[in-house]
Design a protein around this ligand. Structure first.
Ligand SMILES: Cc1cc2nc3c(=O)[nH]c(=O)nc-3n(C[C@H](O)[C@H](O)[C@H](O)COP(=O)(O)O)c2cc1C
Length: 159
């Protein structure tokens, strides 16, 4: 199985999740883990599964990640399986206004998933979120392990 993980990361948390998944995918085949700014068309060749992740910043993915998705030609992900993920704060512990706004505007993974579908990919999981400890992280205990388990599950043959 060939997997491509495209991520963006400001403080390193999303990169840590992407690389945790990448280690697992690499054991089951080939996996490229590429930061948004380094994305190039050749990474898409013969990909079976594309995993795209971003930090949630102001309820959205980063501009660099949005640009990568927007610049993909129409239908360029047709035949690909896809998963969208983000990193985010645990807003249940945040001030009420942020909790309220997160309830309305959500997190980065949902718009990523929408773009992946728009470019032709088939989403094999709902948008995934991994929790970080504060505005700058770090990744919360257990989240990297959860990412590895998710990658194991995605590496198993699907019906
Ligand atoms: C300017 C800024 C805006 C943020 N907005 C949100 C947000 O809307 N929702 C959320 O859950 N976390 C938010 N966060 C926390 C980020 O999600 C967190 O920094 C990110 O997950 C860390 O990932 P990274 O290390 O890959 O950059 C924000 C952080 C910053 C610095």
């Amino acid at each position: 199985m060939k997997t491509l993980i495209v991520f963006d990361s400001v403080f390193g948390c999303t990169e840590a999740i992407a690389r945790a998944m990448g280690d697992v995918f690499s054991r089951h085949g080939h996996c490229d883990v590429v930061q948004a700014g380094h994305m190039a068309a050749h990474y898409l060749e013969e990909v079976d599964l594309i995993v795209v992740g971003s930090p949630t910043r102001a309820f959205r993915p980063t501009p660099a990640l949005v640009r990568v998705l927007r610049n993909l030609p129409p239908k360029s992900l047709t035949g690909f399986e896809a998963v969208a993920f983000d990193t985010r704060m645990d807003v249940s512990k945040a001030p009420g206004i942020l909790r309220f706004m997160a309830g309305i505007f959500g997190y980065a993974a949902a718009p990523i998933a929408r773009q992946l579908r728009r470019k032709g990919a088939r989403l094999v999981l709902p948008p995934q979120g991994f929790i970080v400890g504060g505005t700058e992280g770090p990744v919360c205990d257990g989240e990297a392990q959860r990412a590895r388990e998710l990658a194991e599950k995605l590496s198993a043959p699907r019906a």
